[in-house]
Design a protein around this ligand. Structure first.
Ligand SMILES: NC(=O)c1ccc[n+]([C@@H]2O[C@H](COP(=O)([O-])OP(=O)(O)OC[C@H]3O[C@@H](n4cnc5c(N)ncnc54)[C@H](O)[C@@H]3O)[C@@H](O)[C@H]2O)c1
Ligand SMILES: Nc1ncnc2c1ncn2[C@@H]1O[C@H](COP(=O)(O)OP(=O)(O)OP(=O)(O)O)[C@@H](O)[C@H]1O
Length: 631
């Protein structure tokens, strides 16, 4: 009988906790996450002349499932056909967006003598809390790794021993990832508790406010009652753990009553809306996910995701925030005209920036009804009051408005009053028709992903977790600033070393930003609905450094090495430059709060229109019919 090596494996997956799908507000997710375990089994029933045979590659793969609007990812490792190695996972319904560790690949014929090799572990009740079993499993992995590779003449045995070491290394990496995930989950849980307490307080406040003001009658009351119903629905969903992710419940939740300062007895509430996915021109409430099937070595994707999104108002929008490019007389004139029209013809509440309110009041005291905010704290609550944002300016004004929302962003309707306007498909001359059609709905929207960036100081390595991330819609750039030395930036994708950038710098861009600085640095143009992170060097001092596009779920770390000749500088959508000293790092991943911008037609049509009109992309005179011809 052969010996039976036994490894208590730890989970072979690491959770991407930066993902939008693990938001601080989903306790269920955190709990479900605890319940995921894998068993590694070497089933050695197949023998061939006394030799064990692993006939195929070992695959790690995603198996996504949709349920109740959440995303579900199961992870399995198995040998595709007739093989012996399988790493399976007990069925999970965790809506965690899971990111796999590096695939371990065995492509070998192994000899076991004639014994049964079985590597397994029993399932603990709670993966994260079962530190004892984690300890044992890691110890077992360590032991396996420390074993001297099998020496001798039996090739198969040697190969199997190497295979085991590969698996053990992979398991160790996974265990490390898990430990990090555990810490991060605890942090999310803490934030969730904080948010829940805050929301309960606000709900309580709202209830007492409603009890105290018994005179909400008429149409306004009708509208205002929509809020709590929605809020309850959202909370109910939230509690059941069935989150319609696309329509973030943060947007829908309406727990913060805002008194209308012009009519003090009225409460302003956010309009509710519904997002649906458009597939082949049809509207559907279902988001079709990529589902990967894996059976006997055949991988198929049955459904594709549809990213054409349609927004339909369920109650009328009532509050519009108008943001304008400064120092422009034409913008100022248009703004005043639009405010007047929205108020008189459409009976809407209007918010503007403090600067604009001053400008309007200088023009006329008529604009007294226009609302604004006092300080940053109030500004950060705007998303709870505003149904729609209108921008008057160029792309810079869209970037500016996105930067005002550190969390969920209301739909933005960008009017073009700049020179270029990749993100501004609406023409200001037709603002009445455009706004009417947006207010009526339904409208197509582009969900533009943002990147969230943390600067980690070498001097205070642990502080970044408590800092608010900096959100960018276009890109974060790390460059040499005023230094004349080459930048020297070490880049990691998750924990894998990517490269060392020596040149003028590096751009980490969203796909929306792909037509901005990244394009000028040689990056590809990417449709804004493609989820991904562009990794574009700036003037690299190496002929072979081509730009990359990384998947959306990765975390990129750019580290200024201690031996760097000079500091580097990070800037966020071209603003807020921050120095990165040797030892400092910038960590960047996809943010959970995209920027929804209204489309003139739809996101694809608008994208092509912008690259044709804005860049004159591939504009060339068509060849004439005359001349030599191959017939
Ligand atoms: N060499 C370059 O091309 C270069 C250099 C620095 C900054 N930028 C871009 O400028 C942006 C800041 O814009 P701003 O308006 O505040 O500064 P800005 O007023 O200096 O304008 C920069 C230009 O970039 C254009 N732009 C901005 N976002 C775009 C996008 N997503 N697609 C296509 N073009 C876009 C603007 O329309 C404008 O013409 C940065 O995020 C960066 O992408 C480009
Ligand atoms: N509301 C605002 N408050 C402060 N700064 C703003 C605001 N809106 C825009 N900006 C800044 O003003 C600058 C110019 O804005 P924008 O890009 O919209 O106009 P533009 O330069 O005329 O347009 P384009 O870039 O298409 O030529 C940008 O740097 C932007 O960040």
């Amino acid at each position: 009988m052969a010996t039976t090596p036994s490894i208590g494996t730890s989970c072979t997956q690491s959770q991407d906790l930066q993902s939008p799908l693990l938001s601080p507000s989903t306790n269920d997710e955190i709990n479900n996450m605890d319940a995921e375990f894998n068993t590694l089994e070497f089933d050695t029933n197949v023998t061939e002349n006394g030799k064990r045979k692993l006939t195929s590659d070992v695959w790690l793969h995603f198996d996504k499932e949709k349920r109740d609007g959440g995303r579900f990812v199961d992870v399995h490792v198995g040998v595709s056909t007739g093989g012996d190695l399988s790493l399976s996972q007990k069925p999970t319904s965790s809506p965690i967006y899971t990111q796999l560790m590096a695939p371990c690949k065995l492509n070998s014929t192994v000899s076991f003598g004639h014994g049964d090799a079985s590597v397994s572990r029993s399932e603990p009740e709670n993966g994260f809390s079962d530190s004892l079993s984690l300890f044992h499993s890691e110890k077992a992995v360590q032991e396996l790794l420390q074993q001297t590779p099998v020496q001798g003449s039996d090739d198969h045995l040697i190969e199997f021993s190497e295979a085991l070491r590969t698996v053990a290394k992979a398991l160790r990496r996974a265990a490390e990832g898990k430990a990090a995930a555990q810490a991060e989950a605890a942090e999310w849980k803490r934030r969730f508790e904080l948010e829940r307490t805050r929301n309960l307080q606000l709900e309580h406040k709202e209830r007492s406010l409603r009890e105290n003001s018994g005179d909400f009658e008429g149409g306004r009351l009708e509208k205002s009652t929509n809020g709590p119903v929605l809020c309850n629905q959202a909370n109910q969903h939230f509690e059941e753990g069935c989150l319609e992710r696309i329509c973030s419940h943060e947007v829908l939740r309406d727990v913060q009553p805002v008194l209308d300062c012009n009519m003090p007895n009225r409460i302003m509430r956010k309009a509710s809306f519904k997002l649906s996915w458009r597939c082949n021109g049809e509207n559907s409430d279902q988001h079709k996910h990529d589902i990967v099937y894996f059976e006997r070595g055949n991988i198929t994707t049955a459904e594709r995701s549809s990213k054409q999104i349609s927004l339909k108002w369920e109650s009328n929008p009532q509050t519009v925030l108008i943001l304008t490019k400064p120092n422009s007389t034409s913008v100022q004139i248009l703004c005043a005209e639009m405010v007047r029209w929205l108020r008189e013809q459409r009976k809407l509440n209007i918010y503007v920036e403090p600067r604009v309110k001053v400008e309007l009041l200088t023009e006329s005291s008529y604009f007294n009804f226009v609302q604004t905010w006092k300080d940053d704290k109030e500004m950060l609550l705007l998303h709870t009051k505003v149904d729609l944002v209108v921008t008057l300016g160029g792309d810079g004004t869209v970037l500016w408005s996105a930067s005002m929302f550190k969390g969920p962003v209301p739909p933005i309707v960008p009017f073009s009053l700049g020179s270029l306007g990749f993100m501004t498909p609406f023409h200001s001359e037709h603002y009445r028709d455009c706004l009417d059609s947006v207010l009526r709905g339904p409208i197509s929207i582009t969900l533009r992903n943002r990147l969230q960036c943390h600067v980690i100081r070498d001097a205070a390595k642990n502080e970044y977790q408590t800092d608010e991330p900096i959100l960018v819609l276009n890109e974060v750039t790390i460059d040499r600033g005023i230094s004349s030395y080459l930048t020297n930036l070490e880049c990691y994708c998750d924990d894998a070393f990517v490269t060392c950038v020596q040149g003028d710098g590096l751009i980490l861009s969203t796909t929306s930003g792909s037509t901005a600085y990244s394009l000028a640095a040689g990056g590809s143009m990417v449709h804004p609905q493609v989820p991904g992170i562009l990794f574009t060097p700036i003037c690299p001092h190496s002929l072979s450094f081509r730009p990359l596009i990384l998947p959306e779920h990765v975390t990129v770390r750019v580290q200024v090495p201690f031996n760097s000749r000079s500091p580097a500088w990070a800037s966020f959508d071209g603003k807020d430059r921050k120095q990165l000293a040797p030892g400092d790092a910038l960590v960047c991943s996809m943010a959970p709060w995209p920027v929804p911008t209204a489309c003139s037609v739809d996101s694809t049509d608008d994208f092509f229109r912008s690259i044709h009109d804005g860049l004159h992309w591939n504009l060339r005179k068509t060849q004439s019919f005359d001349g030599p011809r191959d017939l």
